[in-house]
Design a protein around this ligand. Structure first.
Ligand code: SF4
Length: 164
């Protein structure tokens, strides 16, 4: 019998206070509770994994571009204060992928909207609250590495795919 699959989950979804605003964003869902009880949840915050502070300035991918564009050098991740944090975001994505692979995770549940973890939508770089369809940098690198990314709104789809 094969053991149930482990799932990589964004640290802020578990309530860890790692977001730019110093807060978590816990997902209260019975599936996540059960996976935790089963010891199947592993977690990382890609931004904190490379030493970014909490709190930190809000950041978005510039010019309506996406995490794939950042990985290809076509776009930068910019802080609202003007700092270029592209290198940190790429390094964080690399750490998150390596961590997922080291823990045998083929699936990830990442919070949507983040310039790192977003998979259904991200913000357009104007810091005006405008959403667009696209991946953050970590979600894009996970997809490249063959790790299936689901947003927090897709937890039931993920459970269906995992068969539990
Ligand atoms: S990088 Fe991901 S895990 Fe870390 S705070 Fe942002 S959304 Fe949450």
């Amino acid at each position: 019998m094969t053991s149930p699959k482990r799932i990589l989950v964004s640290a802020c979804l578990l309530g860890h206070a790692v977001r730019y605003d110093g807060k978590g964003k816990p997902l209260a869902h019975p599936l996540l509770e059960r996976w935790k009880e089963e010891g199947r949840v592993v977690t990382i915050c890609p931004e904190m994994a490379v030493g970014m502070p909490v709190p930190r300035p809000a950041a978005e991918i510039e010019n309506g571009l996406s995490g794939e564009d950042v990985l290809c050098g076509r776009a930068r991740v910019m802080e609202i204060t003007g700092g270029d944090v592209s290198a940190e975001f790429i390094a964080g994505a690399e750490k998150a992928v390596a961590f997922a692979q080291a823990n045998g995770c083929t699936h990830a549940l990442l919070i949507d909207g983040s310039p790192s973890c977003g998979s259904g939508f991200i913000y357009d770089g104007s810091f005006a609250g405008k959403k667009l369809v696209g991946n953050g940098v970590t979600a894009a690198l996970m997809a490249r590495a063959g790790i299936a990314v689901y947003s927090d709104r897709q937890i039931e789809e993920l459970a269906a795919v995992l068969g539990a």
